[in-house]
Design a protein around this ligand. Structure first.
Ligand code: SF4
Ligand code: SF4
Length: 455
């Protein structure tokens, strides 16, 4: 551990310290009721679309598989509610374009118990069997990346993993779902960590937690103690300095071990695999029960919410229903951000559903936006604030100027645009209010489309 770095507060170079605004950090997780209908988009991750295995008019029970896939980079989906399949076709997607979806009308008064799946004993299962079981749950990274978890835990043949890094930083302002999961579901988290250690053959696991969440570290340490001596290896919970974007894989590994993942490389090149606490806690519950993912914890927060909190939300619940329940009924007059304020994106519509990768819904009121709406964008004054804040050591000012000239290829080839992970630090500090990260998102999307067109 980089203890010396911790005491110096030098988790990693650069980064920023935005106000934390963790309004819901000490509020217990609550459960949202079923909405009248859920909308399950088939595209919630990379990889090919899974195909529906239900028909319109068919009765389904909560937890029943409704879409399957053979593509390793894709995952199945399960019915979040007991009800009737009402529609299969295009519905508004979280990112804007309409996407193939399954709409289920919930039976009024149906139970929130999962009615599908058989408990199973995985105590002697091989790593490959555990990976298959994880795939069957339909699990993707619940921290927001939505990368299929079984694929992330698959160690390439030529590599060897010794350490599972468990990401409990939750550095985004406002978001507290991971924090509450660590405090309230620590036993499930330890169980999930043990499954992931067996899947990857890692012999130790380190949970990295920002030092503004000491109660989370205490809860996990208690759960580790309760679990006793573990055949998989050792699990530790470590505090790291609170700093944005501490929750990115590269920054967390730097804070915990003082080593840098090479440019373009992955943690596995250092013998490590990183997974989020929410993902592993969910696996700790689902795997022994033989069930699929039907719900997740979402932070509903912001000055525009009367009852902010961390809610267990059935997947596919329309955001409009979530906001009504949490006390933000007049939501159309406000800005709705999916995720946190640094990396989140504005909701395309209030009819889009909660998907597996949505960790928060942030509601800003008109008065919260008044100042920002009045902010004018000015030319770059070459102050280098953005360069000083970029944790990847990029030159956002230069990239911004190239983006303005639509020199996207040059941004990728000469200025390492691919290393930008859209943390938003540069935009946050820019005194000229240049929407740098927004420009970089567009540039990356255009380069991706060009690459697809060429292939
Ligand atoms: S958004 Fe990209 S360029 Fe800007 S600070 Fe983050 S990594 Fe650097
Ligand atoms: S922070 Fe803004 S004004 Fe300063 S150099 Fe970067 S882009 Fe230019």
């Amino acid at each position: 551990m980089k203890l010396l770095s911790y005491f110096r507060g030098e988790a990693f170079q650069r980064g920023v310290h935005p106000p934390s605004c963790k309004l819901t950090a000490q509020t217990q997780i609550r459960r949202l009721p079923f909405p009248p209908k859920v909308v399950v988009p088939l595209s919630q991750h990379i990889g090919k679309l899974p195909h529906p295995i239900v028909k319109v008019g068919q009765e389904v029970v909560r937890g029943e598989p409704i879409a399957r896939t053979d593509d390793w980079l894709s995952v199945p989906h399960h019915a979040p509610v007991t009800g009737v399949v009402e529609f299969i076709g295009l519905r508004p997607g979280v990112r804007g374009p309409w996407v193939e979806s399954i709409v289920i009308r919930a039976h009024p008064g149906s139970s929130q118990e999962d009615l599908w799946g058989q408990p199973r004993d995985l105590s002697t299962a091989s790593g490959a069997d555990i990976l298959q079981a994880i795939w069957d749950t339909g699990m993707v990274g619940l921290g927001g990346a939505a990368f299929p978890t079984h694929a992330k835990l698959t160690v390439p043949k030529q590599a060897k993993v010794h350490t599972l890094v468990v990401n409990g930083c939750e550095c985004e302002p406002y978001l507290t779902c991971d924090h509450r999961v660590m405090v309230e579901q620590a036993d499930a988290l330890v169980a999930g960590i043990r499954y992931a250690m067996r899947a990857t053959a890692a012999v130790r696991a380190i949970v990295g937690i920002e030092d503004n969440k000491p109660d989370a570290r205490n809860a996990i340490q208690e759960a580790i103690r309760r679990a006793g001596s573990l055949p998989e290896g050792e699990i530790h919970a470590e505090l790291v300095p609170t700093k944005y974007p501490q929750g990115s894989e590269k920054m967390l590994i730097m804070a915990l071990f003082g080593v840098e993942i090479p440019a373009g490389g992955l943690p596995v090149s250092l013998g490590m695999v990183v997974n989020n606490v929410g993902t592993l806690a969910a696996l700790g519950r689902l795997l022994p029960a033989g069930r699929g993912l039907t719900e997740r914890v979402v932070t509903i927060t912001g000055p525009g919410v009367a009852r902010p909190g961390d809610y267990i939300v059935p997947l596919g619940t329309p955001i409009r229903f979530v906001l009504d329940y949490a006390g933000a009924p007049d939501a159309t007059a406000r800005q709705i951000i999916l995720g946190g304020p640094m990396m989140g994106q504005a909701a395309a519509s209030l009819d889009v559903p909660i998907t597996k990768g949505i960790s928060g819904v942030l509601v800003l009121r008109g008065e919260d936006l008044a100042d920002r709406a009045g902010l004018k964008t000015y030319p770059c004054i070459k102050c280098a604030e953005c360069v000083e804040s970029c944790p990847m050591g990029l030159n956002p000012s230069q990239l911004g100027m190239l983006a303005a000239k639509r020199e996207y290829d040059l941004m990728g080839s000469n200025f390492h645009l691919g290393e930008c992970f859209e943390c938003g630090c540069c935009t946050y500090v820019c005194p000229s209010n240049i929407p740098l990260v927004q420009q970089f998102r567009v540039a990356k999307q255009i380069l991706r489309e060009k690459a697809v067109a060429k292939s």
